[in-house]
Design a protein around this ligand. Structure first.
Ligand code: TYD
Ligand code: MG
Length: 467
């Protein structure tokens, strides 16, 4: 007699399993993540004395050929991937629903098909006609070569997909949109559950590795892992790219969070238009395009994303504290504990008291800055907002601030200075270069470099009469 299928409670965040429901997962500490799933058959037991085939070991010396790459002919995408797709590799493209993942991947597959690569786009979310309509909207249907080469399929059944992939040995790129919709008959839980997502991904990854096609899995996931299922995927794939942006803004940033075949600090910048995503080869100009002259509380930061310098505007708004509680610190695009530190340093070292003010900080364009090099621009925006004095026109900032108020050097000074000059700025406020006096000498022509040693020097720039 067949036993009644038992169920287990599986944490959708970390895949820990429990016999009983609980409010909190003891393993990862998340709340409300346990869901009931049918118990899957346990893997075949191996007898203790069953022997494997043994390994063929080799020495470190010997030739290693770098992986071949399939260029996507989209420079921004290639940059993030590390100059193209690697055959047999698996890339997870994650992001909020509606951010543009399907659009980006359809554009990429068309670009690949145009170069006569054999590409299959499998959608579990949309019917074939919907994909065709999207392609028309993106004006991709005007390319006869892409029309001829790109293959589409609509399916959620991984067994069916596996049969096709095994029959079609010549495929070079396969896109799965999205992994949450995929379904394996042998797994009892619903599509999107962590067990299904894992098992389906495992099977598709196995096929990619054995058949040698590049596999792209689209996954709806927020960076905070709010939609937890696909988080478990991150460990199974070769590269994880996040497609980010504010849906209210047109900018979209593709960021590598993990990449076995390239750098993880590269970003690709795109703009969502009526006809799909456009690459943005010069993001600085775009990020600064909506800047309204020089108002108090704004400063331009010369940042670095991967190998690329990018200028951004940091905006600060101060207002009298509302209510009795602690002052508000609303931060968009930056680290709020870093803001607290700078506020504390401004108060302790420069006597600028902002503790009773609500602070709103915003990095324009929807970009998130992670570099401490933004400290100086943030401080400038804060001091400017506090004194009501705008930063000098055509002035940009970069530098890290230490706890004693000293301004510390950051990497890639000349690259940042070059970008500042390229965008028509006349002055750069940067850290004082100890033992490296030629920063100024190396500055591009026409750019005035102001070296600043301490935060109080910066404060003095805004209120010269106070000193
Ligand atoms: P989509 O690629 O479907 O997002 P995802 O796959 O990440 O869920 O993008 C959907 C959004 O993009 C939708 O709100 C409409 C917008 N969009 C454009 O603005 N222009 C376009 O050409 C296309 C195809 C979509
Ligand atoms: Mg989609």
């Amino acid at each position: 007699m067949a036993k009644k299928a038992a169920s287990v409670f599986v944490c959708q965040n970390c895949h820990a399993q429990y016999p009983k429901w609980a409010g909190r997962c003891e393993q990862c500490g998340e709340w409300n993540t346990l869901e009931e799933e049918a118990k899957t058959a346990s893997p075949r037991k191996t007898t203790p004395n069953s022997r494997g085939a043994g390994l063929k070991t080799t020495r470190l010396d010997g030739k290693a050929t770098p992986p071949a790459r399939l260029s996507t002919s989209m420079a921004e995408l290639n940059r993030v991937l590390g100059s193209g797709l690697v055959p047999g590799s698996v890339v997870l493209v994650g992001g909020d629903p509606g951010i543009g993942k399907s659009t980006l991947m359809l554009q990429m597959t068309c670009a690949l098909a145009r170069e006569e690569n054999s590409v299959l786009y499998i959608s579990g979310e949309e019917a074939i006609d919907q994909i065709r309509l999207r392609a028309r909207r993106l004006e991709l249907d005007q390319d006869p070569r892409a029309l001829d080469t790109l293959e589409l399929a609509a399916s959620i059944n991984v067994n069916d997909i596996a049969t096709t992939l095994e029959e079609r040995k010549n495929l070079q790129v396969v896109v799965i949109d999205s992994i949450q919709t995929m379904w394996l008959e042998s797994v009892a839980s619903a599509p999107g559950s962590v067990s299904q997502v894992r098992s389906c991904a495992f099977e598709l990854i196995r096929l990619a590795k054995t058949l040698g096609f590049a596999l792209i899995l689209i996954g709806h996931v927020t960076k905070e892992g709010a939609l937890a299922g696909p988080r478990v995927l991150e460990h199974m794939v070769d590269a994880v790219l996040y497609f980010e942006g504010d849906r209210g803004h047109q900018f979209r940033i593709l960021r590598a969070a993990k990449n076995r075949f390239g750098a993880t600090d590269e970003i690709g910048v795109f703009a969502m238009t009526d006809t799909g995503l456009r690459e943005v080869p010069n993001p600085s100009a775009l990020f600064l395009a909506e800047r309204h002259g020089n108002i108090a509380g704004s400063a331009v930061f010369a940042g670095l994303e991967g190998t690329r310098p990018i200028l951004l505007e940091v905006q600060v708004l101060l207002s009298a504290k509302s209510g009795d509680g602690a002052a508000r610190r609303a931060v968009l695009g930056w680290d709020s504990s870093r803001l607290s530190m700078i506020l504390a340093v401004l108060e302790a070292r420069c006597g600028l008291k902002l503790g009773s003010m609500d602070v709103h900080l915003n990095v324009t364009g929807g970009l998130k800055i992670t570099e401490p090099a933004a400290d100086l621009a943030v401080a400038a925006a804060l001091i400017s907002a506090a004194t009501g004095q705008p930063t000098a026109p055509n002035e940009a900032y970069f530098g890290e601030i230490g706890l004693s108020g000293e301004i510390r050097q950051v990497s890639q000074t000349s690259l940042r200075l070059k970008e500042i000059a390229k965008l028509g700025f006349r002055q750069a406020v940067i850290p004082r270069h100890v033992g490296n006096a030629n920063a100024r000498a190396r500055a591009p022509e026409g750019l005035n470099v102001v070296e600043t040693g301490h935060l109080s020097d910066l404060v003095r720039r805004f209120a010269p009469e106070a000193s």
